[in-house]
Design a protein around this ligand. Sequence first.
Ligand SMILES: Nc1nc2c(ncn2[C@@H]2O[C@H](COP(=O)(O)OP(=O)(O)O)[C@@H](O)[C@H]2O)c(=O)[nH]1
Ligand SMILES: [Mg+2]
Length: 265
Amino acid sequence: MTAIVATPETVIEPQVQPAGSPRPLVSFVLPAYNEEARLPDGLDRVIAFLAAQDFESEIVVADDGSRDRTPDIVRERTAATPKNVTLRLVHHEVNRGKGAAIRTGMLVATGQYVFFMDADLATPPEESLKLLEHLRDGVPVASGSRIQPDGSDMRASQPAQRRMVGRAFTMMRKAMRVLPDIDDTQCPMKGFEHDAAKAIFQRQQLSGWIFDAEVLHIARALGYRIVEVPVQWSHVEGSRLKVRPQQVWEVVRDLIRLRTSKIAR
Ligand SMILES: Nc1nc2c(ncn2[C@@H]2O[C@H](COP(=O)(O)OP(=O)(O)O)[C@@H](O)[C@H]2O)c(=O)[nH]1
Ligand SMILES: [Mg+2]
């Protein structure tokens, strides 16, 4: 398949659907790094979910320099998606991190409402409908939250080490006054009105996992209203994330950057 080179490092493969097909109401961006084990089921589930909706949709898989069959898994499905679902593949030549993969996907997505979610579907695609309701009501940014209305926290199913890292991050973030009123910046499902998505992700820079907080920080700096929406979430085995002790300094450095950065309007 010939590929359109978007930048020296990012390749956007051509869409299978003919040009001129209706603009999707919803885009789902799925970052994927060496996901050959988890992606086939996840992608099939997302395709089936979107096929059952009464709107046009688009899935953008942002392959982050995988060295396994991840891009092939997407290509194998592009020609056979249901009529109202378009499947697209963008990929980085080298691994650049989850934040960078999502940024690439969000910037090519064409939907009126654009979501991102993890390829392991830790937050199931069905949950996007809860966010979509708010977006359709005119809220530009809907951020999933793993804290439920009754106060229970879905992160309880995480391994102890990840839970500790998450708690430490939230404490540090709040102490540094980065989005102190938001309890769960790191939930891996967020939805945006199209123009808000473009404005936010054009300014987004962090490539590691703090990018979630960065995205909300930029949204706020640009004056977008953010609504937190409780969603289901469960820990899924096979995480690509390596927690390393030196990350503490990277986290502090990135939080300082967020705290002091000037976001150009
Ligand atoms: N960890 C990691 N995930 C990436 C990267 N690039 C894209 N991703 C995707 O980001 C999502 C979350 O990854 P996962 O390893 O499950 O993270 P966790 O659930 O936070 O432990 C998955 O869809 C990954 O494929 C990367 O460089 N590192
Ligand atoms: Mg995961």
